[in-house]
Design a protein around this ligand. Structure first.
Ligand code: FE2
Length: 231
C-alpha cells in the first residue's frame, strides 16, 4: 500500500503565494484521492507490492487508470517537498547553481524558461526541471499526470528535481485564470536545498545505473527516489 505523506508544513505556510484553503484541498483531497485510486488501480495486479520505479518501467503495459494515478501520487509527493515557506532556501547554491548556469546561461534565464514551460502547457499538466543521463539539466513539460521517469512515449525525460503543478486545482482559488501570476509567485516558495539534494540523488542514480549496466549489460536499474518520501 502506498501512503499519503503528511504535508511537511502547515496549510498556511505557503501564504501569500498559495493560500491555506488551496493547500488543504490539494493535499487532503486531490493528493489523497490519487493515493487511494493508485492503490485501487494496482490491487490484485502484478504491480501490487512493486516499487514506484518498477511500476514506472512497465506503465505502458497497464490501463490509463494506473498511469494517471501513479503519476498523480508520485508527482504530488515531489511537489510538496520542493516547495516551502518563503526564504528557507531562496536560491540555488553550489553544484546546482553551477549546473543551472552551465545549462541555461544564468539563474534568470532558467526562471524564464521554466515559467515558459509552465505557461506553454495547454490544459492540465506539469513543468519540470530534470537531470539527463549526461548530468545536464533540461526543462520540459508533461500532460495530465505523466512523469519524466515513466516508460511512455514522449520527449520530456530525465530524473526530476523540480516541478510545478499547473492543473487549475493548484491555483484556481487564489488566482482564478491567472496562471502566469501563480507561476511567477512559485519562485518565492521553491526550497532550493531540497532541489539540490535531489540533484545529488540524480547524479548518484545515473552513476549507479551506469555501473550496473556495465556489470550486467542492460538488466540493471539504479534506485530512483521518484519523489518518494525523501529524507
Ligand atoms: Fe495537483
Amino acid at each position: 500500500m502506498f501512503e499519503l505523506p503528511p504535508l511537511p508544513y502547515t496549510y498556511d505556510a505557503l501564504e501569500p503565494y498559495i493560500d491555506a484553503r488551496t493547500v488543504e484541498i490539494h493535499h487532503d483531497k486531490h493528493h489523497a484521492a490519487y493515493t487511494a485510486n493508485f492503490n485501487a488501480a494496482i490491487k490484485d495486479t502484478p504491480l501490487q507490492g512493486k516499487t514506484v520505479e518498477e511500476i514506472f518501467e512497465v506503465i505502458d503495459q497497464y490501463p490509463a487508470s494506473v498511469r494517471n494515478n501513479a503519476g498523480g501520487y508520485v508527482n504530488h509527493n515531489l511537489y510538496w517537498q520542493v516547495i516551502g515557506p518563503k526564504g528557507v532556501a531562496p536560491k540555488p547554491m553550489g553544484m546546482l547553481a553551477d549546473a543551472i548556469n552551465d545549462s541555461f546561461g544564468s539563474f534568470e534565464a532558467f526562471k524564464e524558461k521554466f515559467a515558459a514551460a509552465a505557461m506553454g502547457r495547454f490544459g492540465s499538466g506539469w513543468a519540470w526541471l530534470v537531470v539527463e543521463a549526461d548530468g545536464k539539466l533540461a526543462i520540459c513539460s508533461t500532460a495530465n499526470q505523466d512523469n519524466p521517469m515513466m516508460h511512455i512515449d514522449g520527449t520530456c525525460k530525465g530524473y526530476p528535481i523540480l516541478l510545478i503543478d499547473v492543473w487549475e486545482h493548484a491555483y484556481y482559488l487564489g488566482y482564478q485564470n491567472k496562471r502566469a501570476d501563480y507561476v511567477s509567485n512559485f519562485f518565492n516558495i521553491i526550497n532550493w536545498n531540497m532541489v539540490e539534494s535531489l540533484y545529488a540523488d540524480a547524479l548518484m542514480y545515473y552513476a549507479t545505473k551506469k555501473q550496473s549496466n556495465t556489470q550486467h549489460k542492460d538488466d540493471g536499474h539504479g534506485g530512483c527516489s521518484c519523489g518518494h518520501s525523501h529524507h
